[in-house]
Write a protein of this length. Structure first.
Length: 367
C-alpha cells in the first residue's frame, strides 16, 4: 500500500436537492492521505459527526484489495492507535482460523482435545460455538468476567476461571453477545501451537499483512490507559486489541480478496467461507441491543448484517463499543472502516457512520 503525501484540501461540496434546481454548499477542511476525496454525502455525514462531538476520526474505503480513499478529520491519523473494543473479535477469529488452516485445530472438535483439564461441560464445546458466541457461556448481561480478570494470569488460567461457572444455555441454541468464549478459543490456540497468542497473531496475521501498529491488551473499562504489551499475558480477545485505520484496512482488504494479500495467501478460502457465513440462522439472539444494526445474525467473530438464501452474508462487520466500524461485502469486494474513539455512548454516531458507509457504495468519490 503506497501512502501518498497528505494533501490538505478545502473541499466545497455542492449537493443537489432532488429534482429541484436549488443547491446548498458546505465547506470542510480535512486531509486526504491516499486516493480520492469522500463522496459529497459522506462529507456531509462526517461533518454531522463532528457537530455531535465525535472528536477526530478517519475513514478508509476500498474495492477488491485497492484502497480507494483514506482521509482523516481532526487529530486521528491513519496510523493513530486506539483500542478498538469489539472490532477485535474479527481479528481474533482470523487468528484462530489461521491455526485451523495449519491443521492444528478443527472447528467442530471438542476443545478438551487441547485443554483436557477443563470441566466436562466446557470441554465439550467447540471453536465454532466459541467464535459464534453460541457456547452457552454468559454474555454481556453476565459479569464481564474476562474483563475483570487479572492481566498477569495466562490465557489458560483465564479459560479455567471462566469455565468454573455453569453454562446458562444449551450450546448452539442461544447467541449471547459478549461471552468470554474468545478467551477459551485463545487458550486452545496457545495449547495447539505451543506459543503465546501475541506471537501467533504476529506470525499468522499482523506480519503477513504489515499491521505494524496492532497489538493486544487486557482491556480495562475503568481507565483509558492501556497496558504495555509485555504485561499482557491475558489479552481480552473479545475486545482488547489496539489498532489503526491503515492496519485494519489491510486486514479488510485480505478478507475482501478471499484471504489473499498482495498476491500471498494469508487465510484459505474455506476459512473465509466459514468466517463470513451466517452461523446463527436459528439461534435466539441476545441481547436485542447488542449493537445498533437491526436484526443482524452472527458469523465467526463478526456480525452478519444481511444474508442470501444460502446463508452467505452480504455484509459482515465488527463494530466496537468505542465507535470503530469495519465492514466488508464479499460479493461486491467493497470494504471500509470508520475509525472513531469515544469512550462513552459512541453508538449515538451510528446514523452518520452508516451514511458514510452507504455513500461509498452509491456515489462517486470526489477529486
Amino acid at each position: 500500500m503506497n501512502m501518498l503525501a497528505p494533501i490538505l484540501l478545502s473541499l466545497s461540496v455542492v449537493l443537489a436537492s432532488s429534482a429541484v434546481a436549488q443547491t446548498s454548499e458546505t465547506t470542510k477542511t480535512y486531509v486526504i492521505q491516499q486516493g480520492a476525496a469522500l463522496p459529497p454525502s459522506a462529507v456531509q455525514a462526517a461533518e454531522a459527526m463532528l457537530a455531535k462531538g465525535s472528536g477526530g476520526f478517519s475513514v478508509g474505503t476500498g474495492l477488491r484489495g485497492e484502497v480507494k480513499s483514506l482521509v482523516n478529520f481532526g487529530d486521528i491519523q491513519p496510523d493513530t492507535q486506539y483500542p478498538i473494543a469489539s472490532a477485535s473479535k474479527f481479528l481474533a477469529a482470523a487468528t484462530v482460523m489461521a491455526v485451523v488452516d495449519d491443521g492444528k485445530l478443527q472447528l467442530d472438535a471438542p476443545i478438551s482435545t487441547w485443554l483436557p483439564k477443563l470441566p466436562q461441560a466446557a470441554g465439550k464445546l467447540t471453536l465454532r460455538q466459541l467464535l459464534s458466541q453460541t457456547s452457552g457461556l454468559a454474555g454481556i448481561k453476565g459479569e464481564y468476567y474476562d474483563l475483570a480478570q487479572d492481566h498477569r494470569i495466562t490465557l489458560e488460567q483465564s479459560a479455567m476461571d471462566v469455565t468454573q461457572r455453569p453454562l446458562v444455555s444449551v450450546p448452539g441454541e442461544v447467541f449471547a453477545y459478549g461471552s468470554p468464549g474468545f478467551q477459551l478459543a485463545g487458550a486452545v490456540v496457545e495449547a495447539a501451537t505451543g506459543q503465546r497468542w501475541a506471537k501467533v497473531f504476529q506470525d499468522k496475521i499482523a506480519g503477513p499483512l504489515g499491521m505494524t501498529h496492532t497489538y493486544w491488551t487486557h482491556l480495562r473499562l475503568d481507565s483509558a490507559e492501556e497496558l504495555p504489551l509485555a504485561e499482557t499475558l491475558n489479552p481480552v480477545l473479545q475486545g482488547g486489541a489496539v489498532s489503526t485505520t491503515a492496519d485494519y484496512l489491510r486486514f479488510l482488504s485480505m478478507i475482501a480478496q478471499d484471504g489473499v494479500h498482495e498476491g500471498e495467501r494469508v487465510l484459505s478460502r474455506s476459512s473465509i467461507d466459514e468466517m463470513l457465513k451466517d452461523q446463527t440462522p436459528k439461534a435466539i439472539m441476545t441481547p436485542a441491543d447488542a449493537n445498533p444494526i437491526k436484526n443482524a445474525h452472527y458469523s465467526l467473530g463478526n456480525w452478519c448484517e444481511s444474508w442470501d438464501e444460502a446463508g452467505g452474508c452480504l455484509r459482515n462487520s465488527s463494530i466496537g463499543a468505542f465507535g470503530a466500524y469495519p465492514w466488508v461485502e464479499r460479493k461486491t469486494g467493497r470494504f471500509g472502516i470508520v475509525f472513531v474513539y469515544q469512550r462513552e455512548n459512541a453508538f449515538r454516531l451510528w446514523p452518520q457512520i452508516e451514511a458514510i458507509r452507504d455513500a461509498n457504495r452509491t456515489e462517486k468519490h470526489g477529486r
